[in-house]
Design a protein around this ligand. Sequence first.
Ligand code: MSP
Length: 517
Amino acid sequence: MAQNYTITTAINYPNGRPHVGHAYEAIATDALARFHRQSGRQVYFQTGTDEHGLKMAQAARARGVEPIALADEMSGHFREMADGFNISYDRFIRTSEAEHHAAAQKLWQAMEASGDLYLGRYEGWYSVRDEAFYDEKELVAGEGDIRLSPQGTPVEWTVEESWFFRLSKYQDRLLALYAEQPDFVRPESRLNEVASFVRGGLSDLSVSRTSFDWGVPVPGSPGHVMYVWVDALTNYLTGTGYLDGTEHYGAFWPADLHVIGKDIVRFHAVYWPAFLMSAGVPLPRQVMGHGFVLHRGEKMSKSSGNVADPLDLARRFGVDAIRYFLLREVAFGQDGSYSDEAIVTRVNADLANSFGNLAQRCLSIIAKNGGVVPASGPATAEDEALVAAVGERIAAMRAAIEDGQGGYPRLDVALATLWEAVGLANEYFTHQAPWSVRKTDPARADAILFVAADVVRRLAIAARWAIPEACGALLDQLGQDADARDFASLDRPLEVGLPLPSPQGVFPRLTLDAPAC
Ligand code: MSP
Protein backbone atom coordinates (compact mmCIF):
# COMPACT_ATOMS: atom_id res chain seq x y z
CA MET A 1 0.00 0.00 0.00
CA ALA A 2 1.23 3.49 -0.92
CA GLN A 3 2.64 5.47 1.98
CA ASN A 4 1.39 8.85 0.81
CA TYR A 5 -2.27 9.69 0.91
CA THR A 6 -3.97 12.83 -0.42
CA ILE A 7 -7.51 13.65 0.61
CA THR A 8 -9.63 16.74 0.04
CA THR A 9 -12.99 18.22 0.88
CA ALA A 10 -14.88 20.30 -1.63
CA ILE A 11 -14.04 23.97 -1.23
CA ASN A 12 -16.99 25.92 0.14
CA TYR A 13 -18.62 28.97 -1.37
CA PRO A 14 -18.08 31.73 1.17
CA ASN A 15 -21.23 33.59 0.10
CA GLY A 16 -22.68 32.97 3.55
CA ARG A 17 -21.77 31.32 6.82
CA PRO A 18 -21.06 27.60 7.22
CA HIS A 19 -23.86 25.21 8.19
CA VAL A 20 -23.96 21.70 9.61
CA GLY A 21 -23.67 20.13 6.12
CA HIS A 22 -20.32 21.86 5.62
CA ALA A 23 -19.20 20.74 9.06
CA TYR A 24 -20.21 17.16 8.26
CA GLU A 25 -18.09 17.02 5.14
CA ALA A 26 -15.09 18.49 6.97
CA ILE A 27 -15.52 16.06 9.87
CA ALA A 28 -15.90 12.98 7.67
CA THR A 29 -12.87 13.94 5.62
CA ASP A 30 -10.87 14.74 8.73
CA ALA A 31 -11.80 11.38 10.24
CA LEU A 32 -10.40 9.66 7.15
CA ALA A 33 -7.26 11.80 7.15
CA ARG A 34 -6.63 10.97 10.81
CA PHE A 35 -7.36 7.29 10.21
CA HIS A 36 -4.73 7.14 7.46
CA ARG A 37 -2.20 9.00 9.61
CA GLN A 38 -2.83 6.55 12.41
CA SER A 39 -2.22 3.77 9.89
CA GLY A 40 1.28 5.17 9.33
CA ARG A 41 0.75 7.05 6.06
CA GLN A 42 1.97 10.53 5.18
CA VAL A 43 -1.27 12.37 4.66
CA TYR A 44 -1.86 15.59 2.78
CA PHE A 45 -5.30 16.98 3.61
CA GLN A 46 -6.70 20.06 1.92
CA THR A 47 -9.82 22.13 2.42
CA GLY A 48 -10.69 25.77 1.75
CA THR A 49 -13.00 28.25 0.06
CA ASP A 50 -14.19 28.72 -3.54
CA GLU A 51 -14.33 32.47 -3.88
CA HIS A 52 -15.05 33.42 -7.50
CA GLY A 53 -18.10 33.30 -9.73
CA LEU A 54 -21.40 35.00 -10.20
CA LYS A 55 -22.90 33.75 -6.96
CA MET A 56 -20.16 35.43 -4.93
CA ALA A 57 -20.30 38.58 -7.08
CA GLN A 58 -24.07 38.84 -6.59
CA ALA A 59 -23.93 38.13 -2.84
CA ALA A 60 -21.30 40.86 -2.44
CA ARG A 61 -23.34 43.30 -4.51
CA ALA A 62 -26.42 42.61 -2.39
CA ARG A 63 -24.42 43.56 0.70
CA GLY A 64 -22.85 46.56 -0.97
CA VAL A 65 -19.29 45.25 -0.53
CA GLU A 66 -16.53 44.11 -2.87
CA PRO A 67 -16.44 40.35 -3.52
CA ILE A 68 -13.01 40.06 -1.91
CA ALA A 69 -14.31 41.71 1.27
CA LEU A 70 -17.16 39.20 1.46
CA ALA A 71 -14.73 36.36 0.72
CA ASP A 72 -12.31 37.54 3.42
CA GLU A 73 -15.04 37.70 6.02
CA MET A 74 -16.82 34.44 5.21
CA SER A 75 -13.69 32.44 4.46
CA GLY A 76 -12.64 33.36 8.00
CA HIS A 77 -15.83 31.76 9.32
CA PHE A 78 -15.14 28.56 7.38
CA ARG A 79 -11.62 28.43 8.76
CA GLU A 80 -12.95 28.99 12.30
CA MET A 81 -15.39 26.16 11.77
CA ALA A 82 -12.58 23.88 10.61
CA ASP A 83 -10.38 24.84 13.55
CA GLY A 84 -13.28 24.58 15.98
CA PHE A 85 -14.00 20.98 14.95
CA ASN A 86 -10.34 19.95 15.11
CA ILE A 87 -10.11 19.53 11.36
CA SER A 88 -6.48 18.58 10.83
CA TYR A 89 -6.04 20.16 7.40
CA ASP A 90 -2.55 20.71 6.04
CA ARG A 91 -3.67 23.55 3.83
CA PHE A 92 -6.67 25.82 3.84
CA ILE A 93 -6.69 27.12 0.29
CA ARG A 94 -8.47 30.22 -0.94
CA THR A 95 -9.02 30.48 -4.68
CA SER A 96 -8.33 34.21 -4.52
CA GLU A 97 -4.65 33.42 -3.78
CA ALA A 98 -2.15 34.45 -6.46
CA GLU A 99 -0.62 30.96 -6.57
CA HIS A 100 -4.02 29.52 -7.34
CA HIS A 101 -4.66 31.98 -10.16
CA ALA A 102 -1.37 30.98 -11.72
CA ALA A 103 -2.10 27.26 -11.33
CA ALA A 104 -5.55 27.63 -12.93
CA GLN A 105 -3.94 29.52 -15.82
CA LYS A 106 -1.37 26.77 -16.23
CA LEU A 107 -4.10 24.14 -16.45
CA TRP A 108 -5.96 26.34 -18.93
CA GLN A 109 -2.91 26.66 -21.14
CA ALA A 110 -2.36 22.90 -21.05
CA MET A 111 -5.96 22.35 -22.22
CA GLU A 112 -5.47 24.99 -24.91
CA ALA A 113 -2.27 23.29 -26.07
CA SER A 114 -4.28 20.09 -26.57
CA GLY A 115 -6.57 21.97 -28.96
CA ASP A 116 -9.51 21.55 -26.60
CA LEU A 117 -10.49 25.22 -26.21
CA TYR A 118 -12.22 27.33 -28.82
CA LEU A 119 -13.97 30.68 -28.83
CA GLY A 120 -17.73 30.76 -29.42
CA ARG A 121 -20.97 32.11 -28.08
CA TYR A 122 -22.92 30.56 -25.23
CA GLU A 123 -26.67 30.66 -25.52
CA GLY A 124 -28.36 28.59 -22.90
CA TRP A 125 -29.45 28.07 -19.33
CA TYR A 126 -27.41 28.91 -16.26
CA SER A 127 -28.14 28.41 -12.59
CA VAL A 128 -26.32 30.92 -10.42
CA ARG A 129 -27.08 28.92 -7.27
CA ASP A 130 -25.46 25.81 -8.74
CA GLU A 131 -22.96 27.79 -10.84
CA ALA A 132 -23.90 25.33 -13.58
CA PHE A 133 -24.87 25.27 -17.25
CA TYR A 134 -27.76 22.95 -18.09
CA ASP A 135 -29.09 21.55 -21.33
CA GLU A 136 -32.70 22.33 -22.10
CA LYS A 137 -33.58 18.63 -21.82
CA GLU A 138 -32.39 18.52 -18.20
CA LEU A 139 -34.69 21.23 -16.92
CA VAL A 140 -37.78 20.45 -14.89
CA ALA A 141 -41.00 22.44 -14.61
CA GLY A 142 -41.46 24.35 -11.38
CA GLU A 143 -44.55 26.07 -9.97
CA GLY A 144 -46.23 28.47 -12.38
CA ASP A 145 -44.39 26.75 -15.22
CA ILE A 146 -41.03 28.33 -14.46
CA ARG A 147 -38.04 26.24 -15.42
CA LEU A 148 -35.78 24.82 -12.74
CA SER A 149 -32.45 23.01 -12.82
CA PRO A 150 -32.43 19.29 -11.93
CA GLN A 151 -31.40 20.47 -8.42
CA GLY A 152 -34.57 22.58 -8.21
CA THR A 153 -32.75 25.92 -8.48
CA PRO A 154 -33.78 28.84 -10.75
CA VAL A 155 -32.13 29.07 -14.17
CA GLU A 156 -31.67 32.09 -16.38
CA TRP A 157 -31.19 32.38 -20.12
CA THR A 158 -27.65 33.50 -20.77
CA VAL A 159 -26.10 34.75 -23.97
CA GLU A 160 -22.46 35.77 -24.12
CA GLU A 161 -19.16 35.27 -25.88
CA SER A 162 -17.36 32.38 -24.26
CA TRP A 163 -14.50 29.95 -24.54
CA PHE A 164 -15.65 26.36 -24.91
CA PHE A 165 -13.99 23.15 -23.78
CA ARG A 166 -14.37 20.16 -26.12
CA LEU A 167 -16.10 18.02 -23.53
CA SER A 168 -17.84 16.01 -26.27
CA LYS A 169 -14.45 14.63 -27.33
CA TYR A 170 -14.05 12.93 -23.94
CA GLN A 171 -17.32 11.00 -23.87
CA ASP A 172 -15.77 7.63 -24.80
CA ARG A 173 -12.75 8.06 -22.56
CA LEU A 174 -14.97 8.92 -19.62
CA LEU A 175 -17.19 5.89 -20.22
CA ALA A 176 -14.06 3.72 -20.46
CA LEU A 177 -12.83 5.19 -17.16
CA TYR A 178 -16.10 4.31 -15.38
CA ALA A 179 -16.06 0.81 -16.88
CA GLU A 180 -12.43 0.05 -16.09
CA GLN A 181 -12.32 1.76 -12.73
CA PRO A 182 -15.83 1.67 -11.29
CA ASP A 183 -14.52 2.75 -7.87
CA PHE A 184 -13.65 6.09 -9.46
CA VAL A 185 -17.09 7.27 -8.36
CA ARG A 186 -18.74 5.94 -5.23
CA PRO A 187 -21.34 5.00 -4.06
CA GLU A 188 -22.34 2.94 -7.08
CA SER A 189 -25.65 4.78 -7.49
CA ARG A 190 -23.76 8.00 -8.16
CA LEU A 191 -21.51 6.28 -10.70
CA ASN A 192 -24.64 5.08 -12.48
CA GLU A 193 -26.05 8.61 -12.54
CA VAL A 194 -22.95 10.14 -14.08
CA ALA A 195 -22.44 7.25 -16.50
CA SER A 196 -25.98 7.66 -17.77
CA PHE A 197 -25.51 11.42 -18.08
CA VAL A 198 -22.36 10.86 -20.16
CA ARG A 199 -23.99 8.12 -22.27
CA GLY A 200 -26.80 10.57 -23.03
CA GLY A 201 -24.30 12.69 -24.97
CA LEU A 202 -22.02 15.53 -23.86
CA SER A 203 -22.21 19.06 -25.20
CA ASP A 204 -19.07 21.16 -25.20
CA LEU A 205 -18.81 23.18 -22.02
CA SER A 206 -18.73 26.95 -21.74
CA VAL A 207 -15.61 27.65 -19.67
CA SER A 208 -15.33 31.41 -19.56
CA ARG A 209 -17.59 34.35 -18.73
CA THR A 210 -17.58 37.88 -20.08
CA SER A 211 -20.54 39.47 -18.27
CA PHE A 212 -18.61 39.97 -15.00
CA ASP A 213 -14.97 40.03 -13.96
CA TRP A 214 -14.80 38.31 -10.55
CA GLY A 215 -12.66 35.34 -11.49
CA VAL A 216 -9.32 34.14 -12.77
CA PRO A 217 -8.44 35.99 -16.00
CA VAL A 218 -8.24 33.77 -19.07
CA PRO A 219 -4.63 33.97 -20.31
CA GLY A 220 -4.35 36.06 -23.47
CA SER A 221 -8.08 36.79 -23.68
CA PRO A 222 -8.95 40.15 -22.16
CA GLY A 223 -12.50 40.44 -20.87
CA HIS A 224 -12.81 36.71 -20.11
CA VAL A 225 -12.65 35.17 -16.66
CA MET A 226 -12.68 31.40 -16.21
CA TYR A 227 -15.95 29.64 -15.47
CA VAL A 228 -15.81 29.26 -11.70
CA TRP A 229 -15.76 25.45 -11.75
CA VAL A 230 -12.61 25.36 -13.92
CA ASP A 231 -10.84 27.44 -11.34
CA ALA A 232 -12.47 25.74 -8.34
CA LEU A 233 -11.56 22.20 -9.36
CA THR A 234 -7.98 23.28 -9.98
CA ASN A 235 -7.63 24.04 -6.25
CA TYR A 236 -6.78 20.38 -5.76
CA LEU A 237 -3.77 20.75 -8.05
CA THR A 238 -2.69 24.13 -6.68
CA GLY A 239 -2.43 22.77 -3.17
CA THR A 240 -0.33 19.80 -4.11
CA GLY A 241 2.21 21.99 -5.94
CA TYR A 242 1.21 21.65 -9.62
CA LEU A 243 2.35 25.15 -10.51
CA ASP A 244 6.03 24.53 -9.92
CA GLY A 245 5.95 20.74 -10.12
CA THR A 246 7.49 20.58 -6.67
CA GLU A 247 8.61 17.44 -4.86
CA HIS A 248 5.39 17.74 -2.88
CA TYR A 249 3.45 17.50 -6.15
CA GLY A 250 5.31 14.32 -7.10
CA ALA A 251 4.57 12.84 -3.69
CA PHE A 252 0.92 13.89 -3.32
CA TRP A 253 -0.67 14.04 -6.77
CA PRO A 254 -2.81 12.26 -7.90
CA ALA A 255 -5.18 12.67 -4.99
CA ASP A 256 -6.47 9.47 -3.44
CA LEU A 257 -9.89 10.75 -2.50
CA HIS A 258 -12.05 13.78 -3.19
CA VAL A 259 -14.81 13.83 -0.57
CA ILE A 260 -17.74 15.85 -1.91
CA GLY A 261 -21.51 16.04 -1.60
CA LYS A 262 -23.94 14.30 -3.93
CA ASP A 263 -24.99 17.57 -5.59
CA ILE A 264 -21.58 18.18 -7.17
CA VAL A 265 -20.69 14.72 -8.43
CA ARG A 266 -21.07 15.74 -12.09
CA PHE A 267 -18.40 18.42 -11.78
CA HIS A 268 -15.94 16.03 -10.13
CA ALA A 269 -16.70 12.88 -12.08
CA VAL A 270 -17.26 14.31 -15.57
CA TYR A 271 -15.73 17.75 -16.01
CA TRP A 272 -12.73 17.26 -13.73
CA PRO A 273 -11.38 14.03 -15.25
CA ALA A 274 -12.00 15.46 -18.74
CA PHE A 275 -9.99 18.62 -17.94
CA LEU A 276 -7.19 16.51 -16.51
CA MET A 277 -7.16 14.11 -19.49
CA SER A 278 -6.95 17.11 -21.78
CA ALA A 279 -4.11 18.67 -19.78
CA GLY A 280 -2.24 15.34 -19.52
CA VAL A 281 -2.45 15.32 -15.72
CA PRO A 282 -3.03 11.99 -13.89
CA LEU A 283 -6.56 11.48 -12.53
CA PRO A 284 -7.51 11.28 -8.87
CA ARG A 285 -8.25 7.74 -7.70
CA GLN A 286 -11.69 8.21 -6.22
CA VAL A 287 -14.55 10.67 -5.91
CA MET A 288 -16.83 9.95 -2.99
CA GLY A 289 -20.25 11.62 -3.11
CA HIS A 290 -21.60 11.63 0.42
CA GLY A 291 -25.24 12.30 1.26
CA PHE A 292 -26.84 15.38 2.75
CA VAL A 293 -27.35 16.16 6.41
CA LEU A 294 -30.91 17.19 7.10
CA HIS A 295 -32.43 18.80 10.17
CA ARG A 296 -35.27 16.65 11.50
CA GLY A 297 -35.53 15.09 8.06
CA GLU A 298 -35.90 18.48 6.34
CA LYS A 299 -33.50 20.25 4.02
CA MET A 300 -31.72 23.07 5.85
CA SER A 301 -32.63 26.40 4.33
CA LYS A 302 -32.71 30.02 5.34
CA SER A 303 -36.43 30.19 4.55
CA SER A 304 -37.21 27.32 6.97
CA GLY A 305 -35.09 29.02 9.62
CA ASN A 306 -33.37 25.73 10.48
CA VAL A 307 -29.79 26.58 9.56
CA ALA A 308 -27.75 26.18 12.74
CA ASP A 309 -24.23 27.47 13.21
CA PRO A 310 -22.22 24.26 13.62
CA LEU A 311 -19.97 25.91 16.21
CA ASP A 312 -23.06 26.64 18.31
CA LEU A 313 -23.81 22.93 18.35
CA ALA A 314 -20.21 22.28 19.35
CA ARG A 315 -20.45 24.80 22.18
CA ARG A 316 -23.67 23.26 23.45
CA PHE A 317 -22.81 19.58 23.12
CA GLY A 318 -19.04 19.37 22.64
CA VAL A 319 -16.85 18.99 19.58
CA ASP A 320 -16.30 15.25 19.94
CA ALA A 321 -19.99 14.70 20.68
CA ILE A 322 -20.97 16.32 17.37
CA ARG A 323 -18.17 14.56 15.49
CA TYR A 324 -19.20 11.20 16.91
CA PHE A 325 -22.89 11.78 16.31
CA LEU A 326 -22.45 12.73 12.65
CA LEU A 327 -19.94 10.01 11.86
CA ARG A 328 -21.93 7.28 13.59
CA GLU A 329 -25.45 8.34 12.72
CA VAL A 330 -25.15 9.30 9.04
CA ALA A 331 -24.57 6.21 6.89
CA PHE A 332 -21.60 7.43 4.84
CA GLY A 333 -22.86 7.87 1.29
CA GLN A 334 -26.49 8.40 2.25
CA ASP A 335 -28.54 11.26 3.68
CA GLY A 336 -28.84 11.51 7.44
CA SER A 337 -30.63 13.70 9.91
CA TYR A 338 -29.89 15.47 13.16
CA SER A 339 -31.85 16.98 16.01
CA ASP A 340 -31.03 17.88 19.59
CA GLU A 341 -32.80 14.76 20.87
CA ALA A 342 -30.98 12.45 18.48
CA ILE A 343 -27.61 13.96 19.47
CA VAL A 344 -28.30 13.65 23.21
CA THR A 345 -29.62 10.10 22.90
CA ARG A 346 -26.78 8.77 20.77
CA VAL A 347 -23.99 10.55 22.61
CA ASN A 348 -25.23 9.61 26.07
CA ALA A 349 -25.72 5.98 25.10
CA ASP A 350 -22.42 5.43 23.32
CA LEU A 351 -20.03 7.93 24.86
CA ALA A 352 -21.18 8.82 28.38
CA ASN A 353 -22.85 5.55 29.40
CA SER A 354 -20.79 3.07 27.46
CA PHE A 355 -17.21 4.10 26.70
CA GLY A 356 -17.08 6.80 29.39
CA ASN A 357 -18.52 4.54 32.04
CA LEU A 358 -16.04 1.77 31.28
CA ALA A 359 -13.04 4.11 31.34
CA GLN A 360 -14.15 6.00 34.42
CA ARG A 361 -14.95 2.88 36.46
CA CYS A 362 -11.69 1.23 35.54
CA LEU A 363 -9.44 4.27 36.01
CA SER A 364 -11.03 5.40 39.26
CA ILE A 365 -10.58 1.98 40.88
CA ILE A 366 -6.95 1.99 39.74
CA ALA A 367 -6.55 5.49 41.22
CA LYS A 368 -7.94 4.29 44.56
CA ASN A 369 -5.55 1.36 44.61
CA GLY A 370 -2.20 3.01 44.18
CA GLY A 371 -2.61 4.95 40.93
CA VAL A 372 -0.24 2.79 38.89
CA VAL A 373 -0.91 0.27 36.12
CA PRO A 374 -1.69 -2.88 38.14
CA ALA A 375 0.14 -6.17 37.72
CA SER A 376 -1.25 -8.51 35.11
CA GLY A 377 -1.93 -12.10 36.12
CA PRO A 378 -2.47 -15.45 34.47
CA ALA A 379 -5.19 -14.95 31.85
CA THR A 380 -8.54 -16.62 32.43
CA ALA A 381 -10.76 -17.81 29.59
CA GLU A 382 -12.87 -14.65 30.02
CA ASP A 383 -9.78 -12.42 29.78
CA GLU A 384 -8.67 -14.19 26.63
CA ALA A 385 -12.12 -14.05 25.10
CA LEU A 386 -12.41 -10.29 25.69
CA VAL A 387 -8.92 -9.53 24.39
CA ALA A 388 -9.57 -11.62 21.28
CA ALA A 389 -13.02 -10.09 20.67
CA VAL A 390 -11.67 -6.55 20.99
CA GLY A 391 -8.84 -7.37 18.58
CA GLU A 392 -11.29 -8.85 16.13
CA ARG A 393 -13.62 -5.80 16.29
CA ILE A 394 -10.72 -3.37 15.86
CA ALA A 395 -9.54 -5.33 12.81
CA ALA A 396 -13.09 -5.23 11.41
CA MET A 397 -13.32 -1.49 12.15
CA ARG A 398 -10.11 -0.91 10.19
CA ALA A 399 -11.33 -3.07 7.32
CA ALA A 400 -14.60 -1.09 7.13
CA ILE A 401 -12.49 1.95 6.25
CA GLU A 402 -9.48 0.40 4.54
CA ASP A 403 -11.34 -2.09 2.30
CA GLY A 404 -14.68 -0.36 2.69
CA GLN A 405 -18.05 -1.68 1.73
CA GLY A 406 -19.36 -1.14 -1.77
CA GLY A 407 -15.88 0.13 -2.69
CA TYR A 408 -15.69 3.07 -0.30
CA PRO A 409 -14.97 3.67 3.39
CA ARG A 410 -17.87 3.23 5.79
CA LEU A 411 -17.21 5.46 8.78
CA ASP A 412 -20.54 4.64 10.39
CA VAL A 413 -20.00 0.88 10.07
CA ALA A 414 -16.49 1.27 11.47
CA LEU A 415 -17.80 2.98 14.59
CA ALA A 416 -20.73 0.59 15.04
CA THR A 417 -18.27 -2.30 14.90
CA LEU A 418 -15.89 -0.69 17.37
CA TRP A 419 -18.70 0.03 19.79
CA GLU A 420 -19.52 -3.69 19.88
CA ALA A 421 -16.11 -4.03 21.50
CA VAL A 422 -16.93 -1.21 23.94
CA GLY A 423 -20.12 -3.07 24.89
CA LEU A 424 -18.27 -6.36 25.40
CA ALA A 425 -15.65 -4.65 27.58
CA ASN A 426 -18.38 -3.10 29.72
CA GLU A 427 -20.06 -6.48 30.17
CA TYR A 428 -16.72 -8.04 31.08
CA PHE A 429 -16.04 -5.36 33.67
CA THR A 430 -19.46 -5.58 35.28
CA HIS A 431 -19.32 -9.37 35.32
CA GLN A 432 -15.74 -9.59 36.66
CA ALA A 433 -16.54 -6.99 39.36
CA PRO A 434 -12.94 -6.24 40.41
CA TRP A 435 -14.19 -4.07 43.31
CA SER A 436 -15.72 -7.11 44.91
CA VAL A 437 -12.98 -9.62 43.89
CA ARG A 438 -10.47 -7.36 45.67
CA LYS A 439 -11.93 -8.34 49.04
CA THR A 440 -10.92 -11.99 48.56
CA ASP A 441 -8.29 -12.03 45.79
CA PRO A 442 -6.41 -8.75 45.30
CA ALA A 443 -4.04 -10.24 42.73
CA ARG A 444 -6.96 -11.30 40.54
CA ALA A 445 -8.60 -7.89 41.00
CA ASP A 446 -5.38 -6.30 39.72
CA ALA A 447 -5.28 -8.69 36.77
CA ILE A 448 -8.86 -7.74 35.82
CA LEU A 449 -8.02 -4.05 36.05
CA PHE A 450 -4.95 -4.59 33.90
CA VAL A 451 -7.01 -6.31 31.21
CA ALA A 452 -9.69 -3.61 31.34
CA ALA A 453 -7.22 -0.70 31.32
CA ASP A 454 -5.34 -2.14 28.40
CA VAL A 455 -8.62 -2.62 26.53
CA VAL A 456 -9.51 1.04 27.23
CA ARG A 457 -6.11 1.98 25.81
CA ARG A 458 -6.72 -0.02 22.65
CA LEU A 459 -10.24 1.37 22.24
CA ALA A 460 -8.97 4.92 22.70
CA ILE A 461 -6.35 4.39 19.99
CA ALA A 462 -8.92 2.75 17.75
CA ALA A 463 -11.47 5.58 18.11
CA ARG A 464 -9.01 8.46 18.04
CA TRP A 465 -9.58 9.30 14.35
CA ALA A 466 -13.24 9.95 15.12
CA ILE A 467 -13.08 11.65 18.53
CA PRO A 468 -9.51 12.89 18.84
CA GLU A 469 -9.83 15.12 21.88
CA ALA A 470 -11.55 12.63 24.19
CA CYS A 471 -9.35 9.74 23.13
CA GLY A 472 -6.28 11.92 23.51
CA ALA A 473 -7.37 12.76 27.06
CA LEU A 474 -7.93 9.08 27.85
CA LEU A 475 -4.51 8.18 26.49
CA ASP A 476 -3.02 10.96 28.66
CA GLN A 477 -4.73 9.41 31.65
CA LEU A 478 -3.19 6.06 30.68
CA GLY A 479 0.26 7.66 30.56
CA GLN A 480 0.68 7.08 26.81
CA ASP A 481 3.19 9.19 24.90
CA ALA A 482 2.35 10.89 21.62
CA ASP A 483 4.20 8.16 19.72
CA ALA A 484 2.08 5.39 21.30
CA ARG A 485 -1.23 6.46 19.81
CA ASP A 486 -1.20 5.00 16.30
CA PHE A 487 -2.45 1.61 15.16
CA ALA A 488 1.11 0.27 15.29
CA SER A 489 0.93 0.65 19.09
CA LEU A 490 -2.30 -1.32 19.50
CA ASP A 491 -0.45 -4.48 20.51
CA ARG A 492 2.05 -2.82 22.85
CA PRO A 493 0.36 -3.37 26.22
CA LEU A 494 0.48 -1.02 29.18
CA GLU A 495 3.63 -1.10 31.22
CA VAL A 496 2.96 -2.57 34.68
CA GLY A 497 3.76 -0.07 37.45
CA LEU A 498 3.42 2.99 35.20
CA PRO A 499 2.13 5.86 37.39
CA LEU A 500 -1.16 7.28 36.12
CA PRO A 501 -2.51 10.80 36.59
CA SER A 502 -5.80 11.09 38.46
CA PRO A 503 -8.69 10.27 36.14
CA GLN A 504 -11.19 12.83 34.85
CA GLY A 505 -14.38 11.96 32.97
CA VAL A 506 -13.96 12.73 29.29
CA PHE A 507 -17.51 12.09 28.07
CA PRO A 508 -19.94 14.41 29.85
CA ARG A 509 -23.58 13.39 29.97
CA LEU A 510 -25.63 15.70 27.78
CA THR A 511 -29.01 17.21 28.59
CA LEU A 512 -31.61 18.90 26.45
CA ASP A 513 -31.55 22.01 28.67
CA ALA A 514 -29.61 24.10 26.20
CA PRO A 515 -31.89 26.16 23.92
CA ALA A 516 -33.19 23.99 21.08
CA CYS A 517 -31.66 24.36 17.65
N1 MSP B 1 -17.86 25.50 -4.19
C1 MSP B 1 -18.51 24.31 -4.58
C2 MSP B 1 -17.54 23.13 -4.51
C3 MSP B 1 -16.29 23.28 -5.31
S1 MSP B 1 -15.22 21.92 -5.11
C4 MSP B 1 -14.04 22.13 -6.28
C5 MSP B 1 -19.69 24.04 -3.63
N2 MSP B 1 -19.69 24.72 -2.48
S2 MSP B 1 -20.83 24.60 -1.38
O1 MSP B 1 -20.44 25.52 -0.33
O2 MSP B 1 -22.12 24.79 -1.96
O3 MSP B 1 -20.79 23.14 -0.84
C6 MSP B 1 -19.58 22.64 -0.29
C7 MSP B 1 -19.74 21.18 0.06
O4 MSP B 1 -20.72 21.04 1.09
C8 MSP B 1 -20.21 20.34 -1.12
O5 MSP B 1 -19.53 19.09 -1.17
C9 MSP B 1 -21.67 20.12 -0.81
O6 MSP B 1 -22.20 18.94 -1.35
C10 MSP B 1 -21.62 20.03 0.70
N3 MSP B 1 -22.92 20.27 1.31
C11 MSP B 1 -23.72 21.36 1.15
N4 MSP B 1 -24.86 21.15 1.87
C12 MSP B 1 -24.80 19.95 2.49
C13 MSP B 1 -25.61 19.26 3.40
N5 MSP B 1 -26.77 19.72 3.81
N6 MSP B 1 -25.15 18.09 3.89
C14 MSP B 1 -23.92 17.59 3.56
N7 MSP B 1 -23.13 18.22 2.70
C15 MSP B 1 -23.60 19.35 2.08
O7 MSP B 1 -20.53 23.22 -3.97
